[in-house]
Design a protein around this ligand. Structure first.
Ligand code: NAD
Ligand code: MG
Length: 343
C-alpha cells in the first residue's frame, strides 16, 4: 500500500530528478577532466564511445539520383544506385533458426531484404515473384543458399486465386511446413488524375495488393501452428496518401485494417499478425511507374531525413515481427518513414 502512496511516489520522482541533476552537474567536470590531458579518467572520450554509432543521414545514398526508368516489374540489378538489401551488411544471430518462411515479392526491394535477413537468422525461405524477375530471384537464391539454408523459388502471378493456393501448398511442401508468411508483393502505378485510372488498373492494383493477400493468407492459416506469424507490407500511404497513387493508397489502408482485424481473429490460435508501413524506399517499384520519372532524382528528399530508405533498413523490423522477441505484438503497424506520416 505504501508503494502507491502519493508521498512515496513524489519522493521517488524527486529522487530521480536529483539523480538527473547530479549527473548533469557532473558531466562538464568529467568533460573537463577528459579534455585536461592529465591522463586517467577520460570516460567521456573516444575509448568509451560506441564503435557502431552511425549517423543515419550519411549512411546511405541521398538525392539527387540519376534519372531512370525500367519497364515494370523491373530489376533491382538495373537500378542506379543499386539498392542495399543487406547483401554485404546484414548479420544474423540465429533468431529464426529452423523457421520456414514464404515471402511474396521476395526477389527485390523490401521482400529481398527480408529474405536475406531471414536466411541469415537461420530460416529456410520460399520466394514468389513474376517470371520476368528470374535474374533478381536467382541472386536472392544464391544468397540464401550461401547461408546453408534452403531457397525455394516459385514464380507466378498472384492475381490468380488458384495460383495463390498452389503457391502456399508448394512452399509448405518444399519447406516442410510454414511458420512465417510475408505478404509483400504490390502494384503501384502513378496517375496524376483519377480520370486517368482505368478500371483495369484499379482492378490490377486491388487484385495484387489486397485479393492476393486474402487468398494467400486463407491458404496459409490451416498450415500454421501456434507461434507462427503473418507480416503484411502496408505503407505510409495508409495514413498520408500520395495524391498521385490514390488506388494504391486505398489498398494500403485496406491492408492495414485487414491486419488489425485478422490479428484479433487469430490471437486465440497463437498466430500473430502485424504490418509494416514504410515511407519512401529505393526499390524497383518506384522506377517502373510507381512514381513519375521526373520525380525520381529527388526521391525521398521531402522526408525530414532528406533521403529514401534502403531495403536493408527494414530487415530488422521483419525479423523482429517474425521472431519470438515480439511475442506480445499483434495487430500492430510498424512505421519506418524517415520522419513523415506513418502510424
Ligand atoms: P519491389 O518492386 O522490389 O517489390 C514488389 C514485388 O511485387 C515485385 O518484386 C514483384 O515480384 C511483386 N509483384 C508485383 N505484382 C505481382 C504479381 N502480379 N504476381 C507476383 N508478384 C508480383 O518494390 P518494394 O518497394 O520492395 O515493394 C515491396 C512492398 O513494399 C510493397 O507492398 C510496396 O507497396 C511496399 N512499400 C514500398 C514502398 C517504397 O517506397 N518502395 C513504400 C511503402 C510500401
Ligand atoms: Mg522485383
Amino acid at each position: 500500500m505504501d508503494k502507491d502512496s502519493p508521498d512515496k511516489s513524489r519522493r521517488m520522482v524527486i529522487g530521480g530528478m536529483a539523480g538527473g541533476l547530479l549527473a548533469g552537474a557532473m558531466a562538464p567536470a568529467m568533460a573537463q577532466n577528459a579534455g585536461g590531458g592529465g591522463g586517467g579518467g577520460g570516460g567521456a572520450g573516444g575509448a568509451a564511445a560506441p564503435a557502431t554509432l552511425q549517423n543515419p543521414l550519411n549512411e546511405y545514398p541521398r538525392p539527387p539520383f540519376p534519372e531512370q526508368q525500367q519497364p515494370w516489374p523491373g530489376l533491382a540489378s538495373k537500378m542506379n544506385p543499386l539498392p542495399d538489401h543487406g547483401e554485404t551488411s546484414y548479420r544474423g544471430s540465429g533468431r529464426l533458426r529452423g523457421r520456414r518462411a514464404l515471402i511474396t515479392g521476395g526477389d527485390s526491394g523490401i521482400g529481398r531484404a527480408a529474405a536475406i535477413a531471414y536466411a541469415r537468422e537461420g530460416a529456410d525461405v520460399a520466394i514468389n515473384y513474376l517470371p520476368a524477375e528470374e535474374p533478381d530471384a536467382q541472386d536472392v537464391a544464391k544468397l540464401i543458399r550461401a547461408e546453408g539454408r534452403k531457397a525455394v523459388l516459385i514464380p507466378g502471378d498472384i492475381k490468380d486465386e488458384n495460383f495463390c493456393k498452389r503457391l502456399v501448398e508448394q512452399a509448405a511442401r518444399e519447406l516442410g511446413g510454414l511458420d512465417i508468411l510475408v505478404n509483400n508483393a504490390a502494384r503501384q502505378v502513378s496517375q496524376d488524375s483519377i480520370l486517368d485510372i482505368t478500371t483495369a488498373q484499379f482492378d490490377e492494383t486491388f487484385k495484387t495488393n489486397v485479393y492476393a493477400m486474402f487468398w494467400i493468407t486463407k491458404a496459409a492459416i490451416p498450415l500454421m501452428k501456434p507461434g507462427a506469424t503473418i507480416i503484411n507490407t502496408s505503407s505510409v500511404n495508409a495514413y498520408d496518401p500520395g495524391q498521385n497513387i490514390i488506388d494504391y493508397a486505398a489498398t494500403k489502408g485496406a491492408i492495414m485494417i485487414f491486419t488489425k482485424g485478422l490479428a484479433k481473429q487469430l490471437a486465440d490460435k497463437g498466430i500473430r499478425v502485424n504490418a509494416v508501413a514504410p515511407g519512401p524506399f529505393w526499390t524497383p517499384l518506384q522506377v517502373t511507374g510507381g512514381q513519375p520519372a521526373k520525380k525520381l532524382p529527388a526521391f525521398g528528399k521531402e522526408t525530414p531525413m532528406g533521403r529514401p530508405g534502403q531495403p536493408v533498413e527494414l530487415a530488422g523490423v521483419y525479423v523482429l515481427l517474425a521472431s519470438n522477441e515480439s511475442s506480445y505484438a499483434t495487430g500492430q503497424v510498424y512505421g519506418e518513414t524517415g520522419g513523415h506520416g506513418g502510424p
